[in-house]
Design a protein around this ligand. Sequence first.
Ligand SMILES: Nc1ncnc2c1ncn2[C@@H]1O[C@H](COP(=O)(O)OP(=O)(O)OP(=O)(O)O)[C@@H](O)[C@H]1O
Length: 437
Amino acid sequence: MTERTAGHEEGETPREDESALLEVENLETHFPITEGWLRRETGRVRAVDGVSFELRPGEAFGLVGESGSGKTTTAHSILRLEAATGGKIRFDGERVTELTGADLRRFRRRVQLVVQDPNDAFNPRMTVGEAVAEPLALHGMDDGDRRRAIVADLLERVGLEAADADRFPHEFSGGQKQRISIARALVCNPDLIVADEPTSALDGRIKSDILALLDELRREFDIAVLCISHDIDVIRRFCDRVGVMYLGKLVEKGVTSEVLESPAHPYTRVLLGSVPSLDPSDREFVRPLTETVPDPADPPSGCRFHTRCPELIPPSDVALSRECWRTIARFRFAVEDGQLPESVAVETDESSVDESTVRVAFDLPSTIPDETVDRAVDDAIRSLSDGDLEAARARLAEAFPTVCERAEPNTGDERERSVRCHRYDSSVEAAPRSWMR
Ligand SMILES: Nc1ncnc2c1ncn2[C@@H]1O[C@H](COP(=O)(O)OP(=O)(O)OP(=O)(O)O)[C@@H](O)[C@H]1O
């Protein structure tokens, strides 16, 4: 066992939080896209692209976001199941990517994974007892009687019976198999459990029971949990703090109750589906501008959410109602994306679409109470009706520059609450925070 690295390594910036168990700093995991038999790299999927968070001992931190936002890749990079391409991961002060030999084995013992589908987690030819004891044997515990005693105790702790050790995994239900996975994760006395969608393969009551079990065990044994889920309810019930991921970035981070009760980032609001208000009749349903999630191999510039953001910041000289601006932004990004409604999609240069059809399709008013905007929208509609998507795209992009597209927002690196949105940056001229309620 090597001595734990105290403080920071030579030539490095001091660690943000000396008491953290896990520190993830600017993590990047990109996957190369290759072509041809020479496997020439033609691009990169930016699955995780600058993610930072910490986990304190015994704390439950949740990563939430739509499918494809990079949650699993983040977890796998921490576990060294995927190779991080940038950034730093420290576990108990040690750089995870640099661990080798005995140090790596110790790390693998102290950090355990619980996967989504317990059916994939077991070798069907091993008894439950053998499966749960396997990590003990791998980590050098030769005494069979001792292993059996530990397994019997753990099976009882997760709500099964000691005698279940002699049965095979296929004899158990999904919920019971997840209990066995949890027993196996606990057997080496870990400090951190990474739970990747631990309940999404389970139904209602069983899901609740498994969450309650995980919660009880983590408190009893003081185990930190990194919980990955697209299910807000799981995060709400289980996690002390939460990070919201969108296209490889953490867009908001904070104490779970605060983030879920007063979500600040427009994407978090979209994910939750509403802007909370004390008066339930005053709740506003928040929808993204478009449903199309951009490709992580070619993410939008600036803020990655800008192409779908209902709070997109307008150019400073545009004075329109919020709803009117949203309609125009929706129009702009649908055109940019080439996602045109059927009535507008023009196949060939010869065909054309009536201008009023374009207006109806995008809900655009016949006149817009801002002359410059009105002219730009008119020009774009004319180009679209002539089937010239490229000209419409260029006109709209030039007419509506936005800081959200131009620059990546900072988080300000506040530990307890951070929001990666220009609307929270005092140096950006935008509507005040209260505008977002
Ligand atoms: N090995 C890989 N090679 C190339 N691209 C990958 C690889 N693994 C993941 N990706 C891509 O990286 C992005 C993030 O995937 P990831 O599985 O981490 O997201 P997620 O938020 O966990 O989603 P889900 O809940 O669907 O698992 C996706 O676009 C995915 O297609």
